[in-house]
Design a protein around this ligand. Structure first.
Ligand code: CUA
Length: 163
């Protein structure tokens, strides 16, 4: 009786071991057949994303004009919009945004660039920076300015240098 149950236990252990080994082997062979080509590709350019978006970016031309080697872009802030609300620059360029509030106090925060300025009524705020990593950077009004405050936003597009 004892011997019999010992054999049953051994048989169960062997069966479990075989099942585990089998599953492991299957997993390994499956991994082996996965293509490696695109590994890590998704990690690049968290801002610019898919190729379709990049193709779209090719149609864009930089905003504003060059003054003494600096791309100067004038932007108006008013209830409840930025004008223009799409700003295009090229990687590596020195930029100066000149943002003027035409009515009440607004703010402009460019996400991912560590830029956040208060825009006093009637004043022009100069925001200098160098365009870095290509991609799309959302910006929004960062000072409550009325019921449409949440609608005040836009996009800064940094084109790759070689476009
Ligand atoms: Cu403009 Cu808040």
């Amino acid at each position: 009786m004892r011997q019999k149950s010992a054999i049953v236990v051994i048989a169960v252990v062997v069966a479990v071991l075989l099942a585990v080994l089998g599953a492991y082997g299957l997993l390994r062979s499956r991994r082996h057949h996965e293509p490696f080509a695109d590994e890590g590709a998704a990690e690049h350019h968290e801002h610019i994303g898919p190729a379709a978006e990049r193709e779209h970016a090719e149609e864009l031309s930089p905003s504003g004009s060059i003054e003494d080697g600096v791309r100067v872009i004038k932007v108006a802030a008013r209830q409840f919009e930025f004008d223009p609300d799409t700003i295009v620059v090229r990687q590596g360029e020195r930029i100066r945004l000149e943002v003027t509030s035409e009515d009440v106090t607004h703010g402009i925060e460019i996400e991912g660039l560590n830029i956040d300025r208060t825009l006093e009524p009637g004043k022009t705020e100069a925001i200098p920076f160098t365009a870095g990593e290509p991609g799309r950077y959302h910006f929004h009004c960062s000072v409550y300015c009325g019921k449409g405050h949440g609608d005040m936003h836009g996009e800064l597009i940094v084109l790759p240098q070689d476009q």
